[in-house]
Write a protein of this length. Structure first.
Lengths: 392, 392
């Protein structure tokens, strides 16, 4: 298959900026890209030709932070919050994490499989071809492993590609009294067993006010590293407890949210090469302060942008609206937003994706517009014309 | 045609709140609704039955503030602004209003017709069945009247229903030197001629810092009233020049934007029964302060929510994303957001729409979800399942 006559955004790190080729072609063989370059230099051959007609063709988008596996929803809580109800009132009405723990625990493999596949299909319709999926809505040892097994089943389909993460989400209400035991279970049961079954590629810890403490997080990171997992963290969303510094020290792949983060932490992240993942939808929904984008940029911290798809703070399945928020509410440039949902997001996940280069998986999006900036600019309209994922 | 087994949101003012009927039916004959009520009381008859299967059915959405007729775009300017470029730099690079004036002036009737129809189709795909369309991207007498004639041509198709507004947008660069003459042309040419040809139902004035002054606006309102037009205003977006007070005094149908508005103006709007139209997309994109929603609510000012579809500050064609912004960024309730895109928006346009009641035009949306709060909650996913507009 060959895409010709495309306004090509390669995101190739060997090319400047977004790696644009104004009149480009992409040659695919099976599930792989075999050639990328100017249209008039494309190798001849027998192939199905897609004429992009001057439209924008980009790498498939990479959503590097989602909690896509959960049952139930928290729409009622959304309405209560919009009506000005406080956290306690919402919790008393059955809101908060419990509203999703119950349905997820009760759903079972088949139902969760269906839910996850439907979500991934909608993500793909929005241009996403690689998705991180975190566990975290069961919070029992067997339940969390079961969630990851369901993710693994869906991951085998590779459409889109799924990158599974074991998430130490928070301490559930029923484990508050013996939280030390709970943390030990994560370290001694969840993580080693997930490693043995190859159920995830990294371990994520929410280290924040109201979530895991720095000491607990340190223990979980230790177990993750012992099992050769990558490390990532939810940090600085509700408070600055020093989580970002800890993640930098651990050589984390990413720190996510980072609304509240110190200058020292930013310097440490830059040294560690950790990606900062921006989740502007959740930031707007919770009315949090905007992360220090300019400081991160100046320090040289690479920034990704993701949906944070989750039932509590961001029930969003597509990246373009996040790109609009990133460029307007967060003050990122259009180039940063695009790299943030392609090459940089792939780096945060440690997968080869997010660039149209020879040898890469054949993931790309043909858009119904011509210029990169139109995608965030025309927010609220799905400009995806066709998604190719693994060459199909 | 009958829709049965629906979770019906009637927005009927005779019913409390959103006028929900948990298991309801809507009976339509041709382009009209003839009966609305509980499913088990629906009149028998020969009809095409649509089984909503418990899903949400609402009035067709009403987008009461759009600048949907323009050629060209300002995506490049969007990118420059995201890159931190200032207003002057952008203007020097050909950005600002001029970037759309030129292409719109050069487009001609046929091209503008096509552009507008494509936009209206995408709006309809997002659930919108009534749309206000303002002129304002030509800014010459003949050109503005021509824009309104194009709108009238499209309005005749009634899918969606179009409500045309003559907009006194701003003083174009080439008329800065003789702005008094320009304002006189609006009052003595644009308005009387638009009235004679029945090209609009109201006149909108942008009365703000950098737009028309209060005195100029007063003159334009005078001409509008003399020609029996409704009056509306863009006010308080960039500064508080007293425009809202002036609009209240004039008995305006709506004041739109209202980021910057005094307590006295809010009281005056409440007394005048003027609707405040919230445009949260443009607010986020320009990083403006959030309007005083709580004060407006307490004063009893009805609030609508619209896209502000325009090339400079909000290229958005669908309302659900605005409902998410209204409920999260603005702090409106889910009920306010829904009434804001239905009954209240219709009131701002002085059209009978936005409610499922006997006698109304048969405009409704069948959603692929069950509860009203899911529509703003699940932002970024188009949950529209089917749109019925004028019974078709």
């Amino acid at each position: 298959m060959v895409i010709r006559n495309a306004r090509l955004m390669t995101c190739d790190p060997e090319r400047p900026g977004l790696g644009m080729i104004d009149r480009g072609a992409v040659v695919m063989e099976g599930a792989r890209i075999v050639w990328v370059g100017p249209d008039n230099e494309a190798p001849a051959g027998e192939a199905t030709v897609i004429n992009a007609d001057g439209r924008l063709v980009t790498p498939g988008l990479v959503d590097c932070h989602t909690h896509a596996i959960f049952a139930g929803d928290r729409a009622g809580e959304f309405a209560m919050r919009a009506a000005g109800k406080g956290y306690l009132e919402i919790a008393e009405a059955g809101g908060g994490i419990n509203a999703t723990l119950g349905p997820t625990r009760g759903a079972g493999h088949a139902k969760l499989l269906g839910i996850l596949m439907t979500r991934l299909e909608r993500m793909r319709d929005g241009g996403t071809t690689s998705v991180e999926v975190k566990s975290g809505y069961d919070l029992t040892t067997e339940g969390e492993l079961a969630l990851l097994r369901t993710v693994k089943t869906v991951a085998a389909l590779e459409s889109p590609r799924v990158v599974p993460t074991l998430l130490a989400h928070l301490v559930p209400p029923e484990r508050k009294a013996d939280r030390d035991v709970f943390v030990r279970e994560i370290c001694e049961q969840w993580i080693p067993r997930a490693a043995a079954e190859q159920l995830a590629t990294s371990v994520d810890v929410w280290c924040d006010t109201g979530a895991f403490t720095v000491d607990e997080t340190r223990a979980i990171i230790g177990a993750a590293k012992a099992a050769a997992f990558g490390v990532r963290g939810h940090v600085g969303q509700l408070g600055d407890v020093g989580a970002a510094e800890l993640m930098a020290e651990a050589g984390a792949l990413s720190v996510d949210h980072v609304e509240l983060i110190s200058d020292a932490a930013i310097a440490a992240l830059a040294r560690a090469g950790t990606v900062a993942v921006m989740l502007p939808g959740a930031c707007v929904q919770l009315r949090l302060p905007v992360p220090p984008v300019e400081k991160l940029r100046r320090a040289g911290v690479a920034m990704a942008v993701a949906t944070d798809l989750n039932p509590g703070t961001s029930y969003c399945e597509t990246l373009p609206i996040q790109m609009w928020l990133a460029t307007t509410h967060y003050g990122m440039t259009v180039e940063e937003a695009w790299l943030g949902v392609t090459r940089v997001a792939a780096r945060a996940l440690r997968v080869e994706a997010g660039a149209l280069v020879a040898g890469a998986r054949a993931d790309c999006v043909i858009w119904s517009c011509e210029r990169p900036e139109e995608v965030p600019y025309r927010y609220g309209t799905n400009l995806v014309s066709r998604v190719i994922c693994g060459g199909a």
